[in-house]
Design a protein around this ligand. Structure first.
Ligand SMILES: Nc1ncnc2c1ncn2[C@@H]1O[C@H](COP(=O)(O)OP(=O)(O)OP(=O)(O)O)[C@@H](O)[C@H]1O
Ligand SMILES: [Mg+2]
Length: 213
């Protein structure tokens, strides 16, 4: 399979908005949220914000009502998340996929599995959504280390929030990684604002084209 995996340094960091931006920019790509906990519907939000056709989102996977870590949400729902059965269908897909994780890289999925194991199974290059504010250097470098320890390819970082040139430079230097964009707060957060930013400011060198075009 082809595509990229979108993770983040935290929950609520901007993975869904970054996924929508990528869907808006790369018009052939498809979106999948394999594990969703809580009442948010990231799939619907990506469809709304990217303005994409219904067939470009695959709305199936583990859906658990409690807004907690997947391992715990599954336990509370008397079920267990099994990575093999979750991902089997996508391995032979001809499409380029944008797969959004839940939480960050080391979030537990079951009694021994972590989100990073899902990334390894899919073997996709990873885009990391990060904050721009104080603390982001540490969180971003920790995430990059966790991904590289699993021999995953890091495709780049997208920073979300008020741009901070010093934090961007530090992440690029100490993380040996490319920042593909600094996404400001879009207010209002509309499909038009997403498309405008996607087409003018995201991934100016088109490095994701290799995986998403
Ligand atoms: N650039 C932005 N402009 C305006 N609002 C944003 C932006 N990025 C993120 N948000 C808002 O911040 C909140 C968290 O963002 P988002 O849902 O993308 O995070 P997430 O990392 O996908 O969270 P989860 O771990 O729940 O999947 C949302 O309400 C979203 O609309
Ligand atoms: Mg999300």
């Amino acid at each position: 399979m082809r595509g990229i995996f979108v993770t983040g340094t935290d929950t609520g960091i901007g993975k869904t908005v970054v996924s929508a931006v990528l869907m808006s920019r790369y018009r052939e790509a498809r979106y999948w949220k394999p594990i969703q906990t809580g009442s948010d519907d990231d799939t619907a939000e990506v469809q709304r914000l990217s303005g994409c056709a219904r067939e470009r989102v695959y709305d199936h996977g583990v859906r658990l009502p409690d807004p907690v870590s997947p391992h715990l949400a599954a336990q509370r729902a008397n079920t267990r998340i099994d990575l093999r059965s979750l991902t089997g269908w996508i391995e032979d897909s001809p499409h380029a996929w944008i797969v959004e994780g839940a939480g960050g890289a080391l979030v537990p999925i079951n009694e021994s599995g972590l989100m990073v194991h899902l990334m390894e199974r899919l073997a996709l290059p990873v885009v990391v959504a990060t904050r721009t504010t104080l603390g982001t250097i540490n969180h971003t470098l920790l995430t990059l280390e966790a991904l590289r320890a699993r021999r995953l390819t890091v495709a780049g970082v997208v920073m979300a929030g008020d741009p901070d040139a010093d934090n961007r430079a530090a992440i690029e230097r100490y993380g040996n990684v490319r920042v593909l964009g600094e996404m400001p707060r879009l207010d209002p957060l509309t499909p038009q604002a997403v498309a405008a930013w996607a087409n003018t400011s995201l991934d100016p060198d088109g490095v994701l084209q290799e995986w998403l075009a």
